[in-house]
Design a protein around this ligand. Structure first.
Ligand SMILES: [Zn+2]
Ligand SMILES: [Zn+2]
Length: 385
């Protein structure tokens, strides 16, 4: 089929968007390699991709190999096309993208042996969904729900079965199942009404800010150092906003809801006013986005792993249990459960989320050690007078 016979529409600026191309591939029932050549003709972004003939292809058709970048919007297009191009070597014009997710996965696996399992699962998801906003939205929401409630489950069992009582920080206040259920209903309502609409806008915003969704994934080292930076950034944001929330009028209007439980439990981590969820949540989402705006280097997968770890941190900090194997016994600057449990019990001090340094530096720490330090400091000051 001659290229010019394929009815393909491009956006106003002449750049073919991924959505249009995918839809067209499925609907028009033409070999994908012709689609690719068509993109070659239409694509004319600010820094267009470089095309070259793929000499390894077995069929003598319009097959092109692709390299280079095509701006943030083009990233996904390029990764999608690269997969298609690898397929095109043995392409049969009657074969079209599979209708099922696993069919899609198998197609990708067959021709992309250099991708690891996670990368294949990822690519198959986006290829199968054929709508990146929906793909990212569903994946983000499901991940958040599974991780949140999944991580809370062990704590619910521990409380309900009365396990590890000796490690419970406020051991006379074990939450009843009914109390936990009421809390879970409130959190679920908040997830569907406050967080879901925001998650919906996440993909367009991420694309606008240059987050990558392409394959291959970044290296473990890149993900690790970026996540460490996000922990430090978010902790700083959390310290100052949380401290502000304890100012009388803001406390009454916003933060009081979160302090309904003076002896917290896992599910209470996101039990908060919608305004608080948005403002504190900005630290978790806004810090990586800010990082990406300045460095131009962030993969959405890194963002997911960061969010998962931050959820674990928040739920464990509210768990109400401090074990001898808890992280802060090995990393003294890690906040941990006893730090935040005291905040809920005393309503004062320990404002940071992950680390202890801001509370230490600005003298808002509320721990037995800090109280002792303060007492000694006062006694010395008296002596000096
Ligand atoms: Zn508070
Ligand atoms: Zn709390």
């Amino acid at each position: 089929m001659p290229l010019q016979d394929i009815p393909l529409t491009a956006s106003a600026n002449g750049i073919l968007d991924e959505q249009t191309m995918k839809k067209h591939c499925v609907l028009s029932k033409v070999p994908l390699q012709i689609e690719i050549a068509t993109v070659l003709e239409i694509g004319s972004g600010p820094s267009p991709p470089q095309w070259a003939e793929d000499s390894s292809a077995k069929q003598k058709t319009d097959i092109y190999a692709l390299s280079g970048k095509w701006g943030s919007d083009g990233d996904r297009l390029i990764s999608g096309l690269t997969s298609v191009l690898r397929v095109s070597g043995e392409w049969n014009s009657t074969v079209l993208p599979s209708a099922t997710y696993w069919g899609q996965y198998e197609e990708i696996t067959k021709f992309n042996t250099d991708l690891n399992i996670a990368e294949r699962l990822w690519t198959a998801w986006y290829a199968w969904m054929q709508n990146d906003v929906l793909a990212t939205g569903i994946m983000s929401f499901m991940m958040h729900e599974l991780v949140y409630f999944g991580r809370c489950l062990p704590w619910i069992f521990i409380d309900t079965l009365g396990l590890f009582k000796s490690y419970k920080i406020q051991n006379n206040k074990i939450p009843a199942l009914k109390e936990q259920w009421d809390c879970a209903k409130f959190v679920l309502l908040s997830h569907f009404t406050v967080e879901l609409p925001q998650i919906w806008f996440f993909h367009p915003m991420a694309q606008f800010c240059g987050l990558s969704t392409s394959i291959p994934f970044p290296s473990l080292w890149t993900m690790a150092y970026q996540i460490a930076i996000f922990f430090v950034m978010e902790d700083t944001w959390h310290y100052f906003t949380h401290r502000a929330f304890h100012w009388g009028p803001l406390y009454k209007a916003i933060h009081k809801i979160h302090h309904q439980y003076s002896a917290p439990f896992g599910l209470a981590a996101e039990y908060a006013s919608p305004i608080e969820v948005m403002i504190l949540g900005f630290g978790a989402v806004g810090c990586p986005i800010l990082w990406c705006v300045f460095t131009g280097d962030l993969h959405i997968l890194t963002m997911y792993i960061w969010i998962v770890l931050r959820l674990f941190q928040a739920i464990d900090a509210h768990s109400g249990y401090d074990f001898p194997w808890s992280l802060h016994h090995f990393l003294p600057f890690w906040a941990g459960a006893d730090h935040h449990d005291l905040h809920h019990e005393k309503f004062i001090g320990n404002y940071a989320s992950s680390f202890r340094w801001w509370d230490y530096l600005l003298d808002t720490e509320y721990t037995p050690d800090a109280l002792k330090r303060r007492r000694e400091g006062k006694a010395e000051a008296k002596k000096a007078q």
